[in-house]
Write a protein that binds this ligand. Structure first.
Ligand SMILES: Cc1cc2nc3c(=O)[nH]c(=O)nc-3n(C[C@H](O)[C@H](O)[C@H](O)COP(=O)(O)OP(=O)(O)OC[C@H]3O[C@@H](n4cnc5c(N)ncnc54)[C@H](O)[C@@H]3O)c2cc1C
Length: 336
């Protein structure tokens, strides 16, 4: 087991903000994960499990242990007619795993193509995009309880999935996700009615798409719309889209007739990006911390911003949205 002390976390987070960890440990096998449990002194300090660092903002050094699960493997577990169960290790790249399933002729994950990060992190916030969420096809999640030491399997219904949420997210540092399985289909029902998927397919003259063609369309739209963390530091959507009760939504509609609203999650979803743009933040910057010029929901690091500067910008945005619309924006990104 190799422990790196005073590890540099800047290259390991997609905001590229400076931070260090007192200690960092890469876990390359389930055996190494079990070894960690035999080192209580390491686990006595705060533990941060990290994947690709694409949903984290460091505002300070991590005074404790950072664990990077890097278990790699992909496996077909079972085939029953057109339904195929597949699983993979926590360290697999999410997009690489999606592409592997598409290569097997399996559908279910196509709308989630090109989301950054690892397979092990995907259940944490029940990743979602283009009308599909991870929970729609997830079968189970295997975890290691870092406090009790037990290996546990959570089936879909036990994961407490909700909009960008799960039981794992609600107890950060408690469980390390080691393996994730999905039930996919050779004859998937494709979700084409979200965003610009149909337009993208029509532009490519594709009338009856395969899952792989939907993934290619989604990827092309994402490349056009979202800033690439390799070019400019960011963590995708910084805030969750607020979901408000119908009565509040009706009042807001009256005051702001142009406000987009969608029935979702038992309430009314309002695009956070619209609220931020309406408050005049799109494209603004404070030093190197900024709001992306093309997508108001994405905060960016123009070069040398610290995590605290980005967090402070986020607080100013929250205050102005609360002031103008009476809505509290909640970060989707985990601020540490
Ligand atoms: C350009 C861009 C676009 C994005 N688009 C989307 C999108 O469309 N939809 C969406 O939902 N998200 C999106 N995201 C956010 C992000 O990609 C996802 O949340 C992703 O799942 C994070 O994976 P990660 O490996 O980088 O996790 P990290 O950022 O490293 O960690 C995120 C959280 O998961 C925990 N964690 C990580 N791995 C494990 C593990 N193995 N066991 C236990 N806990 C763990 C961490 O402690 C942390 O709380 C986007 C991000 C970027 C940069």
């Amino acid at each position: 087991m190799h422990i790196e002390y005073g590890a540099d976390l800047a290259p390991l987070n997609t905001f590229r903000v400076p931070a260090r960890a007192s200690a960092l440990l890469r876990l390359r096998s389930p055996g190494e994960a079990r070894d960690l449990l035999r080192r209580p002194a390491l686990l006595a300090r705060p533990v941060l499990v990290m994947g690709g660092g694409s949903n984290l903002l460091f505002t300070a050094d991590w005074e404790g242990l950072v664990v990077l699960p890097q278990m790699l493997d992909r496996e077909i577990i079972e085939t029953q007619g057109d339904t195929v169960t597949v699983a993979g290790g926590a360290g697999e790249s999410w997009d690489g795993f999606v592409r592997w399933t598409l290569g097997l002729g399996l559908g279910g994950l196509e709308n989630l193509a090109l989301i950054p990060g690892t397979l092990g992190a995907a259940p944490i916030q029940n990743i979602g995009a283009y009308g599909v969420e991870l929970r729609d096809s997830l079968l189970w999640v295997e975890t290691l309880d870092l406090r009790g030491g037990r290996a546990e399997r959570f089936y879909n219904a036990d994961c407490g999935f909700a909009y960008r949420d799960s039981v794992f997210k609600r107890e950060p540092g408690r469980r390390l996700i080691t393996r994730v399985a999905f039930r996919l289909s050779r004859k998937p029902e494709l979700e084409l009615d979200y965003g610009e998927i149909r337009e993208e397919l029509a532009a490519g003259k594709i009338a009856d798409p395969t899952a792989a063609q939907v993934a290619a369309a989604v990827s092309a739209i994402r490349r056009r719309k979202l800033p690439d963390p390799a070019q400019i530091g960011n963590a995708g959507s910084f805030f969750r889209n607020p979901v408000v009760p119908e009565a509040q939504a009706a009042r807001l509609r009256e005051e702001h007739p142009a406000m987009p609203q969608f029935a979702a999650y038992g309430g009314v979803k309002i695009p956070a990006g619209w609220l931020i743009e309406a408050c005049g933040w799109k494209g603004r910057r404070s030093g190197d911390a900024g709001v992306h010029a093309g997508h108001a929901l994405v905060l960016v690091n123009h070069g040398r911003a610290t995590g605290s500067q980005i967090a402070s910008l986020a607080q100013q945005i929250q205050a102005s949205v609360a002031d103008r619309f009476g809505i509290t924006l909640e970060p989707e990104v985990r601020i540490v």
